[in-house]
Design a protein around this ligand. Structure first.
Ligand SMILES: Nc1ncnc2c1ncn2[C@@H]1O[C@H](COP(=O)(O)OP(=O)(O)OP(=O)(O)O)[C@@H](O)[C@H]1O
Length: 233
């Protein structure tokens, strides 16, 4: 269970999260909205990467302001650019590094790493330099490296932005098969079909909160040109 309690946040004096209160208990939650509407900032608050200027974020009852370290073990975060998340030279090392302080034995760690590499179709690449994988494989590796730590909640910030249709579908399938609660930020609106709940953010506020089709309709309406001048490219 995630709870955001009247949170606000500003960068350089500009309000980017403007009083959001919401409880997120559903298994599949989407977040959509225009570029700059505050989605990533809000998502980063869910695992304590960003602490709100005011208000509080509770994860399973724990406040990110006080318990960010414990919360980061419960909430896995997948970024849109897997390159920023891949930190070790080889594929297997990158999956394994998150378990080094887990208290598991070396044999248990090896087992888990093997299981995840197999599940994500990366077992043939275990000693491969991670940065030489294809974009889709890198995104699968980023997901695998987070999931190997067995988080209770997974937050994915536009995990398919850099991917082609086939790899987008692969990530979509992986996400839908997960037992975890998933919060997915995306501009690929079709990925939200079947989601329990979709939030539409607009200028740091929740402009709509409801079923995927209704949320997409609301977002489409928000994005419709209003007859003013077109923005410059
Ligand atoms: N670390 C930062 N320092 C300064 N400004 C920031 C920082 N992070 C985000 N911002 C600004 O805050 C606003 C909201 O950004 P955010 O990344 O949360 O939006 P978003 O809805 O995720 O956008 P996108 O769809 O483009 O990813 C933007 O104007 C952005 O430039």
């Amino acid at each position: 269970m995630l709870r955001l309690d009247d949170i606000t946040h500003s960068y350089n004096g500009r309000r980017v999260i403007d009083g959001i209160t919401v409880e997120l208990a559903e298994r599949r939650i989407g977040v959509i909205g225009a570029n700059g509407s505050g989605k990533s900032t809000m998502a980063r608050m869910l695992n304590g990467l960003v602490i709100p200027d005011s208000g509080r974020v509770l994860v399973e009852g724990r406040d990110t302001r006080k318990d960010a370290k414990a919360i980061r073990r419960r909430v896995g975060f997948v970024f849109s650019d897997a390159d920023t998340q891949i930190i070790m030279p080889t594929v297997a090392e990158d999956v394994e590094v998150g378990l080094r302080r887990s208290g598991l034995s070396a044999a248990e760690i090896a087992d888990r790493v093997d299981g995840v590499l197999r599940a994500y179709g990366l077992d043939g690449h275990r000693d491969h330099p991670a940065h030489l994988l294809s974009s889709g494989q890198k995104q699968l590796l980023a997901l695998a490296s987070v999931l190997v730590t067995d988080p209770a909640i997974l937050v994915c910030d536009e995990p398919t932005t850099l991917l082609d249709l086939r790899n987008t579908a692969a990530i979509e399938r992986r996400l839908s098969a997960l037992p975890q609660q998933v919060v997915l930020l995306t501009h690929h609106l079709h990925m939200l079909a079947g989601y329990d709940r979709v939030l539409v953010l607009d200028e740091g506020r929740i402009a709509f909160d409801g079923a995927p089709d209704d949320a997409v309709a609301h977002y489409t309406e928000l994005m419709a040109p209003r007859g003013g001048p077109e923005p410059h490219a």
